[in-house]
Ligand binder design. Structure first.
Ligand code: GAP
Length: 461
C-alpha cells in the first residue's frame, strides 16, 4: 500500500497559501497557537458544523441550545473544573520555560534540544504544581474575588444548567438530547500541531439524557452513530478507530469513555470523545444550586436523575481531519499538451464539505464568455456556493480550484454561446461532460445529495 503523501507541514502550507487558516495576530508576530480562519476555512468549518447540526436536528429527540460563554462561577465549582481541571506543571528557573510534568519525556529542553527538560547540565526544575486550565476574567469594573468569572472550557455545562428549562419548554422526556455548538477556551500548556490543539476552539457537543438502566445501550449507540457520521462524510475507514479509555484515563465525571480516533500525520489521536457521564453533572448542579434537576415520569410515578451519554467533538479538529483525509497529489496531463504532465495538489473533500461547490470559468475573457459565465454563477448562487473566476490561464484556474477542493468546474467556451451548454469537469476523475445550462442546478444538487466515497480509498487500497 503506497504511503499517503500528506504531512502536517503540507496542510499548514496549503491552508496559508489558499486562505483557509492563518496564524492569528501575524502582523504583531503572532500569539502562540491561535489561528484566524479565512474565507475557505470559514466555509469548510461551517459545512462541518452544518453537517453536525443536520445529524442532530433531523432527529426528533434532540433540541438545540446556545448558552452564554460567561456563566456563574459556581457552575465551574459544581462541575469540578475549579478544583480538578488542571495539569501538573514544572518551571525551569534557568530558561524560564514551563512544561507539563507528565510530558517531560515528550519535549525537548529549549537550550539543549537533544535532551529532555531536567536532563541538561543547566536545567533547574521546580517541583510540580497544579495549573488550572480555565481562563479567568472579571465581570464588571471591579477586579476582586467576587467578580471572577471564567471563559467556559467546554460547552457541556451550559447544557446541564438549562436542563430544567428544556424539560419544561421543549416538552421532552428521556431519552432526549440537547445539542450545542460554540467556542470553548483552555489555557493549554502544550498546544500545537496547527489547529489540532489550540487555546480557543469550537466544540460540537450533545448531552443525551437517558433513564439510568438504558445507559449502556445508548453509550454503544452513540459511539456507532458518531463513527458513522465521519464515515459518511468520506473519512477513510482504515483511518478511523474507536478506543475505549483505560480506567486511569477517565475524567473525573466519567464511568466510561471511548475516543473516536483519526490517524493524523502525528499518529492516532482523539477526534471526538463519547462519555458515559452517569448522573454526575445533574447531581452536582442540583446540590450546588438547590434546584432539583430530575425527571418525574407521570406514567410510572417514578422520579429519577437521568444519566448522560455525551458525544463531544471539536469543529476545528474535525475540519483538520477532513483536510488531512482529503489531501492528495498526483501527476496529470498539462491542459492542452497531452505529452507533458504536471503535479497537482487536490483536496478530495466530500462535496458537501467542500467550501465551494462549483466554479464558473470563462475559457477566454472576451466574446461574451465572461457575461454568460457571470449569469450562470448568479443563477446557481441561489442553490449552492459558487465562485466566478476569470483570472489566469484555464490550467491555473483548475489547479486553484483543485487545491480548495471544488468538486466541479463549469467551463464556458465558444460553444456555450451557441447551444447554452458548458463542460462540467470532475475534480477527482478529471472527466468532462457537456451539460445544458438549464439543467446544471438540478444536476449538481442531485450529486450533492447522493452518497460519496473517497477516491483515495481505491487509489491506496
Ligand atoms: N465535554 C467533554 C469535553 O469537553 P474533551 O475530550 O475535553 O471533552 C471534546 O473535548 C472535543 O473537543 C475533543 O475530542 C476535541 O475534538 C475538542 N478539543 C478539546 N480540546 C481542544 C483543544 N485544545 N483544541 C482543539 N480542540 C479541542
Amino acid at each position: 500500500m503506497p504511503d499517503d503523501v500528506v504531512t502536517m507541514e503540507k496542510i499548514v502550507a496549503l491552508c496559508k497559501r489558499r486562505g483557509f487558516v492563518f496564524p492569528s495576530s501575524e502582523i504583531y508576530g503572532g500569539l502562540g497557537s491561535t489561528y484566524d480562519y479565512g474565507h475557505y476555512g470559514v466555509l469548510l468549518k461551517s459545512n462541518v458544523k452544518d453537517a453536525w447540526w443536520r445529524a442532530m436536528l433531523s432527529r426528533d429527540d434532540v433540541v438545540a441550545i446556545d448558552s452564554a460563554i460567561l456563566q456563574h462561577p459556581r457552575v465551574w465549582e459544581a462541575s469540578g473544573h475549579v478544583g480538578g481541571f488542571s495539569d501538573p506543571l514544572v518551571d525551569c528557573r534557568t530558561c524560564k520555560s514551563r512544561f507539563r510534568a507528565d510530558h517531560l519525556d515528550q519535549v525537548a529542553c529549549p537550550r539543549k534540544p537533544s535532551k529532555h527538560p531536567g536532563e541538561g547540565p543547566d536545567c533547574d526544575l521546580t517541583q510540580a504544581r497544579e495549573f488550572n486550565l480555565m481562563f479567568q476574567t472579571h465581570v464588571g469594573p471591579v477586579q476582586d474575588t467576587a467578580s471572577v468569572a471564567y471563559l467556559r472550557p467546554e460547552t457541556a455545562q451550559g447544557i446541564f444548567i438549562n436542563f430544567k428549562n428544556v424539560l419544561q419548554f421543549a416538552r421532552k422526556k428521556p431519552p432526549f438530547g440537547i445539542a450545542q455548538v460554540g467556542k470553548s477556551f483552555r489555557n493549554e500548556i502544550t498546544p500545537g500541531n496547527f489547529i489540532f490543539r489550540t487555546r480557543e476552539f469550537e466544540q460540537m457537543e450533545m448531552e443525551f439524557f437517558v433513564p439510568p438502566t438504558d445507559t449502556p445501550r445508548w453509550y454503544r449507540y452513540w459511539i456507532e452513530e458518531r463513527e458513522r457520521w465521519y464515515l459518511e462524510l468520506g473519512i477513510r475507514p482504515d483511518h478511523l478507530r474507536v478506543r475505549a479509555h483505560e480506567a486511569d484515563e477517565l475524567s473525573h465525571y466519567s464511568s466510561g469513555t471511548s475516543d473516536i480516533e483519526y490517524l493524523f500525520p502525528i499518529g492516532w489521536s482523539e477526534l471526538e470523545g463519547v462519555a458515559d457521564r452517569g448522573s454526575y453533572d445533574l447531581t452536582q448542579h442540583s446540590e450546588h444550586s438547590g434546584e432539583k434537576l430530575e425527571y418525574f415520569d407521570t406514567a410510572s410515578g417514578e422520579r429519577y436523575v437521568p444519566h448522560v451519554v455525551e458525544p463531544a467533538a471539536g469543529a476545528d479538529r474535525a475540519a483538520l481531519a477532513f483536510l488531512v483525509d482529503a489531501y492528495d497529489e498526483e501527476d496529470v496531463p498539462v491542459a492542452g499538451d497531452g505529452e507533458r504532465t504536471e503535479r497537482r495538489t487536490v483536496l478530495r473533500l466530500h462535496p458537501r464539505l467542500a467550501p465551494v461547490k462549483a466554479a464558473v470559468l470563462p475559457l477566454v475573457k472576451k466574446d461574451g464568455q465572461p457575461e454568460l459565465a457571470r449569469e450562470i454563477a448568479q443563477t446557481l448562487s441561489g442553490v449552492l456556493q459558487v465562485e466566478y473566476d476569470e483570472g489566469g490561464s484555464i490550467g491555473k484556474r483548475y489547479r486553484r480550484q483543485d487545491e480548495i477542493g471544488t468538486p466541479w468546474c463549469l467551463t464556458v467556451d465558444h460553444r456555450s454561446l451557441e447551444d447554452r451548454t458548458v463542460t462540467v469537469r470532475d475534480r477527482d476523475s478529471l472527466g468532462q461532460e457537456r451539460v445544458a445550462i438549464d439543467e446544471l442546478a438540478q444536476l449538481l444538487a442531485g450529486r450533492l445529495a447522493g452518497p460519496w466515497r473517497s477516491p483515495k480509498l481505491t487509489a491506496v487500497a
